[in-house]
Design a protein around this ligand. Structure first.
Ligand code: NAP
Length: 360
């Protein structure tokens, strides 16, 4: 090989090894927002080598470069197969290979530990592993002991610096004593608005219309998503809680749990009377209702509706704000409070991007 060719080949090799190669799983609301961010200068060091939705995937560079990749996946994609996405990562020659999970799939989450063990990094908005069964959390910790990195900023507070802060405090020997807060953007909005003047069901319809809730609002009202976030924070703080150790008081009565979405939406008004009664009781004591997650010093975890006085930090939330009040060994007299928009595709996608860039 001539000296010039050798120099060029070395250049290509060093360019390949200095880039971060990524595969994106999920091109929905969050994945779609991430694809937009990948076209910005901030993502210049990243190379997308594969993208997939639940049915189709793409590894062809020309197709991946298309601006409308998300829409094109269906016509130009090939059937789903994780192995060929991993092959694309391996073939990239990049020093850093990252799988980004922007789905809510438990099947994919169950593969995170295996991917980490095989030398890939995982960046995720999917809470199903870290906030799922304790055995999955333990498998994740074991895989991480081998050097892989797990970007989880998007799993709690849509990227608000909660988990990073907690880990930083822990590194300094500052342990979490108690945690309290509002971890759901949709439930925050609903109870920030609810003052008894309009039926709860009317507010819920509005929240759904604004895209604050899932298409089936029971996913939000059940409290299960909040419980997963509480588990993720608690586990990161050293409380190895199982899913059955979080007491969840959801807002969906048993009579409405088994219905299909349409039938549930038709019977939303059944939520009104019990909530109006709870609101009136709270008001008579000078309190408001908030959907709180709480972890106390003994590791007792609870998620559900609570009355809080007007002086309580959670009484002063706006819009879809999330709030995390951490009392630690050193933040003892007053909690360290992290608050801000805790939902939304752009900030969640940015949390994923930030975690990927931190691997470079
Ligand atoms: N939206 C937010 O503001 C927000 C904030 C924080 C965290 N999150 C989390 O982010 C994740 C994604 O939320 P989202 O709102 O973007 O949901 P979404 O709009 O429903 O999108 C989910 C995407 O995942 C894809 N998918 C499902 N199973 C898959 C599989 N096995 N392989 C590849 N792709 C698969 C879906 O494919 P199809 O298109 O084929 O259905 C879809 O593209 C969830 O875990 C959610 O809890 C969301």
């Amino acid at each position: 090989m001539s000296a010039v060719l050798a120099e060029r080949a070395a250049g290509v090799r060093s360019e390949a090894s200095s880039t971060i190669a990524i595969v994106l799983l999920g091109t929905g609301v969050v994945g779609g927002a991430l694809l937009k961010l990948l076209n910005t200068a901030a993502a210049g060091s990243l190379r997308l080598v594969g993208a997939a939705n639940s049915r189709r995937q793409q590894t062809d560079p020309a197709s991946l470069a298309r601006r409308n990749l998300r829409e094109q996946l269906n016509q130009h994609g090939v059937p789903r197969d994780n192995a060929s996405l991993l092959t694309a990562l391996d073939a990239s020659g990049a020093a850093v290979k990252v799988i980004i999970d922007a789905t809510a799939s438990t099947t994919l989450a169950a593969r995170h530990a295996e991917w980490l063990a095989h030398g890939y990094h995982v960046v995720t908005a999917n809470k199903a592993l870290a906030g799922g069964e304790l055995s999955g959390w333990r498998a994740l910790q074991a895989a991480l002991a081998n050097g892989g990195r797990y970007g989880d900023s998007a799993t709690v507070g849509a990227g608000l610096p909660v988990l990073s802060t907690l880990r930083r405090l822990r590194t300094c020997g500052d342990g979490l004593l108690t945690l309290e807060g509002v971890f759901s953007g949709s439930l925050s909005w609903l109870f920030n608005q609810y003052d008894g003047s309009r039926p709860f069901s009317e507010l819920l319809r509005e929240a759904r219309h604004l895209g604050y809730t899932e298409p089936d609002p029971r996913s939000d009202l059940s409290g299960e998503d909040v419980a997963r976030k509480l588990l993720i924070i608690a586990r990161n703080a050293g409380f190895a809680l199982g899913t059955d150790e979080v007491q969840v008081e959801g807002l969906v009565p048993a009579s409405l749990r088994e219905l299909d979405t349409e039938a549930f939406l038709a019977r939303l008004a059944e939520l009104d009377v019990p909530l109006a009664a709870r609101h009136a009781e709270a008001k008579s004591r000078g309190c408001v209702l908030r959907f709180l997650a709480r972890l106390n010093q003994r590791g007792h975890a609870r998620v559900g509706l609570a009355e809080v006085p007007l002086t309580h930090p959670a009484a002063r939330l706006y819009g879809t704000d999330n709030q995390f009040a951490l009392t630690t060994t050193r933040y003892h007299a007053q909690p360290l409070v992290i608050q801000g928009p805790g939902a939304g595709p752009e900030v969640t996608a940015q949390a994923l991007l930030g975690d990927v860039l931190a691997l470079g």
